[in-house]
Design a protein around this ligand. Structure first.
Ligand code: SF4
Length: 324
């Protein structure tokens, strides 16, 4: 091959990425400068979802970058991020979705594979991560089939997109008046008005239990009750795909769902906003969340001016000084 026809070398690529990173950092600070006011209330910072609320709770700076500034990585940097864990999770969800839509397990696998391999996952990842959990997925199917035989099922919902307004009236997922939204993996609605709600998770171990996920499950109950159909009660849980276990939370009755859990959602949103006000800024908070944060390469930098510290400090301008 002649020199003219040779494509860029890894060294060239590294330099190109450095330039893109430097430009992106400049863009971030320019974007930040354009924001003169951030209203710290539950409507202005909405619409909410469970993951958006978790972001504000875990790292307010990430919330500011992602949801206030709406910063997006340039495609060159986005392509550098390892999305395989998320893609494995999505593929497993897809297999389950096909199964509970009525496909046999081999057909569900084939349909999902056609969607994910080779675009998002390679053959080796597919075999190890998805084929490797086939027995677990079959055991979920058996358990749900057995549940369906023992109860009068009215309807099954999968990947249901729900939106409610600030006063918990049904609206569309992207409606102008949407205040809280969510996508729920799997719900069995029974004739008696109860629901079984499952959120599938690929990675976490079942041994960790469901305590970390109760906030998510609890937020889905009023969302379904007010955004889809009123329910009499709910049993919810997590399906731990890698371990093949479903762990359920205790039963919640109608009052729990329509009053207590609804209030819990509102308190959690208000509490997260109050913590930002108390901190006096959108604080950079390092923790396990950094693993999945797209801004992590910048945040981690040890060089002054490139680690988003100044950007974080600048967010003090949005928070009124408390005279007390
Ligand atoms: S890398 Fe961590 S500390 Fe930095 S913005 Fe992201 S979540 Fe926050």
């Amino acid at each position: 091959m002649s020199d003219e026809l040779q494509t860029e070398t890894p060294g060239d690529n590294k330099d190109a990425l450095k330039t893109v990173s430097a430009d992106f950092l400049k863009t971030l600070y320019e974007l930040d400068k354009k924001i003169t006011e951030v209203k710290l209330d539950d409507v202005s910072l909405g619409p909410w979802s469970h993951s958006k609320l978790k972001t504000l709770e875990k790292c307010p700076l990430q919330f500011y970058l992602k949801y206030v500034m709406k910063a997006k990585l340039p495609p060159e940097l986005a392509a550098e991020q390892d999305t395989s864990a998320a893609d494995v999770g999505s593929a497993a969800h897809k297999i389950l979705e096909h199964i509970f839509a009525g496909h046999e397990v081999p057909a569900a696998y084939a349909l999902a594979k056609a969607e994910f391999v080779p675009e998002k996952l390679n053959e080796e990842q597919w075999q190890e991560k998805l084929v490797g959990v086939e027995m677990n997925i079959i055991s979920f199917k058996d358990r749900i089939d057995s549940f369906r035989r023992r109860h009068k099922v009215k309807k099954i919902y999968q990947e249901v997109r729900i939106g409610v307004t600030k006063d918990w009236k049904r609206t569309t997922f992207f409606g102008k008046d949407v205040w809280m939204r969510g996508v729920i993996d799997f719900i069995v609605l029974l004739e008696n008005g109860d629901i079984l709600l499952i959120d599938w998770k690929y990675g976490p171990p079942a041994a960790s239990g469901i305590r970390f996920y109760k906030q998510q499950l609890h937020s889905y109950a009023p969302l379904f009750h007010f955004g889809v159909t009123p329910i009499k009660g709910m049993t919810s849980g997590i399906g731990f795909i890698k371990d093949g276990e479903i762990i359920l939370d205790e039963y919640k009755d109608e009052d729990d769902v329509s009053r207590k859990l609804k209030n819990e959602v509102e308190w959690n949103v208000d509490g997260a906003i109050e913590r930002v006000k108390t901190d006096g800024k959108f604080s950079k908070t390092v923790g396990s969340q950094c693993t999945y944060c797209e801004f992590s390469p910048f945040c981690k930098s040890r060089t002054k001016g490139t680690n988003l510290k100044e950007l974080e400090e600048g967010t003090k301008r949005f928070i009124p000084i408390n005279p007390a």
